[in-house]
Design a protein. Structure first.
Length: 139
Protein backbone atom coordinates (compact mmCIF):
# COMPACT_ATOMS: atom_id res chain seq x y z
CA UNK A 1 0.00 0.00 0.00
CA UNK A 2 1.44 3.35 -0.91
CA UNK A 3 0.54 6.82 0.28
CA UNK A 4 1.12 10.15 -1.33
CA UNK A 5 3.21 12.70 0.54
CA UNK A 6 0.21 14.59 1.90
CA UNK A 7 -1.48 11.43 3.30
CA UNK A 8 1.77 10.19 4.81
CA UNK A 9 2.33 13.49 6.60
CA UNK A 10 -1.27 13.48 7.88
CA UNK A 11 -0.84 9.95 9.31
CA UNK A 12 2.33 11.01 11.13
CA UNK A 13 0.52 14.00 12.66
CA UNK A 14 -2.31 11.79 13.88
CA UNK A 15 0.19 9.32 15.29
CA UNK A 16 1.76 12.08 17.38
CA UNK A 17 -1.65 13.19 18.65
CA UNK A 18 -2.82 9.77 19.84
CA UNK A 19 -3.08 9.51 23.61
CA UNK A 20 -0.38 7.67 25.47
CA UNK A 21 -1.42 4.50 27.34
CA UNK A 22 -2.37 5.01 30.97
CA UNK A 23 0.02 3.71 33.60
CA UNK A 24 -0.95 0.34 35.07
CA UNK A 25 -2.08 0.65 38.73
CA UNK A 26 -0.25 -1.50 41.27
CA UNK A 27 -1.92 -4.86 41.86
CA UNK A 28 -1.90 -4.54 45.66
CA UNK A 29 -3.96 -1.31 45.62
CA UNK A 30 -7.29 -3.14 45.23
CA UNK A 31 -8.65 -4.70 48.42
CA UNK A 32 -10.00 -8.20 48.06
CA UNK A 33 -13.72 -8.86 48.03
CA UNK A 34 -13.48 -10.85 51.26
CA UNK A 35 -12.05 -7.77 52.99
CA UNK A 36 -14.93 -5.57 51.82
CA UNK A 37 -17.76 -7.65 53.22
CA UNK A 38 -20.43 -6.02 55.32
CA UNK A 39 -21.28 -7.21 58.82
CA UNK A 40 -24.63 -8.50 57.50
CA UNK A 41 -22.79 -10.90 55.20
CA UNK A 42 -20.43 -12.15 57.91
CA UNK A 43 -22.76 -12.50 60.91
CA UNK A 44 -23.52 -16.06 62.02
CA UNK A 45 -25.65 -15.31 65.11
CA UNK A 46 -29.32 -15.06 64.00
CA UNK A 47 -30.22 -12.51 66.69
CA UNK A 48 -27.32 -10.25 65.80
CA UNK A 49 -28.03 -10.70 62.08
CA UNK A 50 -31.64 -9.61 62.67
CA UNK A 51 -30.43 -6.48 64.49
CA UNK A 52 -27.96 -5.70 61.70
CA UNK A 53 -30.67 -6.12 59.06
CA UNK A 54 -32.95 -3.70 60.90
CA UNK A 55 -30.15 -1.14 61.24
CA UNK A 56 -29.12 -1.40 57.59
CA UNK A 57 -32.62 -1.23 56.12
CA UNK A 58 -34.16 2.26 56.35
CA UNK A 59 -37.68 1.07 55.47
CA UNK A 60 -37.56 -2.45 56.89
CA UNK A 61 -37.33 -4.19 53.52
CA UNK A 62 -34.88 -7.08 53.45
CA UNK A 63 -33.73 -8.86 50.27
CA UNK A 64 -34.98 -12.45 49.93
CA UNK A 65 -31.48 -13.97 50.00
CA UNK A 66 -30.81 -12.36 53.39
CA UNK A 67 -34.19 -13.53 54.72
CA UNK A 68 -33.31 -17.08 53.62
CA UNK A 69 -29.97 -16.76 55.37
CA UNK A 70 -31.67 -15.57 58.57
CA UNK A 71 -34.18 -18.44 58.43
CA UNK A 72 -31.37 -20.93 57.88
CA UNK A 73 -29.39 -19.59 60.84
CA UNK A 74 -32.49 -19.70 63.06
CA UNK A 75 -33.27 -23.25 61.95
CA UNK A 76 -29.73 -24.45 62.58
CA UNK A 77 -29.70 -22.78 65.99
CA UNK A 78 -33.05 -24.31 66.99
CA UNK A 79 -31.88 -27.73 65.75
CA UNK A 80 -28.68 -27.34 67.75
CA UNK A 81 -30.60 -26.32 70.87
CA UNK A 82 -33.04 -29.21 70.40
CA UNK A 83 -30.10 -31.58 70.04
CA UNK A 84 -28.58 -30.25 73.25
CA UNK A 85 -31.87 -30.74 75.08
CA UNK A 86 -32.29 -34.28 73.74
CA UNK A 87 -28.72 -35.37 74.45
CA UNK A 88 -29.08 -35.65 78.26
CA UNK A 89 -32.52 -37.29 77.98
CA UNK A 90 -31.29 -39.93 75.55
CA UNK A 91 -32.09 -40.63 71.92
CA UNK A 92 -35.63 -39.99 70.77
CA UNK A 93 -37.56 -39.97 67.52
CA UNK A 94 -37.22 -37.04 65.17
CA UNK A 95 -39.98 -34.54 65.89
CA UNK A 96 -42.58 -33.91 63.21
CA UNK A 97 -41.73 -30.19 63.11
CA UNK A 98 -38.30 -30.97 61.68
CA UNK A 99 -39.73 -33.00 58.80
CA UNK A 100 -42.42 -30.42 58.03
CA UNK A 101 -39.75 -27.72 57.53
CA UNK A 102 -38.06 -29.46 54.63
CA UNK A 103 -37.91 -27.48 51.43
CA UNK A 104 -38.80 -28.92 48.10
CA UNK A 105 -40.46 -28.24 44.80
CA UNK A 106 -43.90 -29.25 46.14
CA UNK A 107 -43.81 -26.75 48.98
CA UNK A 108 -46.10 -23.79 48.31
CA UNK A 109 -46.00 -21.80 51.57
CA UNK A 110 -43.12 -20.17 53.38
CA UNK A 111 -42.15 -21.60 56.79
CA UNK A 112 -43.38 -19.75 59.85
CA UNK A 113 -41.08 -18.13 62.39
CA UNK A 114 -40.28 -20.06 65.54
CA UNK A 115 -42.73 -18.81 68.23
CA UNK A 116 -40.12 -19.32 70.96
CA UNK A 117 -37.90 -16.69 69.37
CA UNK A 118 -40.80 -14.23 69.30
CA UNK A 119 -41.32 -14.80 73.03
CA UNK A 120 -37.62 -14.28 73.77
CA UNK A 121 -37.38 -11.04 71.74
CA UNK A 122 -40.87 -9.53 71.47
CA UNK A 123 -39.67 -5.98 70.83
CA UNK A 124 -37.64 -6.94 67.76
CA UNK A 125 -40.35 -9.11 66.26
CA UNK A 126 -43.03 -6.49 66.96
CA UNK A 127 -41.00 -3.80 65.22
CA UNK A 128 -40.28 -6.06 62.26
CA UNK A 129 -43.92 -7.15 61.99
CA UNK A 130 -45.15 -3.54 62.04
CA UNK A 131 -42.70 -2.69 59.25
CA UNK A 132 -44.04 -5.58 57.18
CA UNK A 133 -47.62 -4.41 57.75
CA UNK A 134 -46.71 -0.86 56.72
CA UNK A 135 -45.12 -2.24 53.57
CA UNK A 136 -48.30 -4.18 52.74
CA UNK A 137 -50.37 -1.00 53.15
CA UNK A 138 -48.15 0.80 50.64
CA UNK A 139 -48.60 -1.90 48.01
Amino acid sequence: MSFDAHSLERLRQLGRQLPQPLPVPPASAKPRASEQRHQVELESDPEQLFRELMQVSPDGSVPPHLMERLRGLEASRSAQQAGERRAPAGPSATPATQTSRRRGPGRSTAPRADPRLAVEHPDLYTAFHSLLLEDEDDV
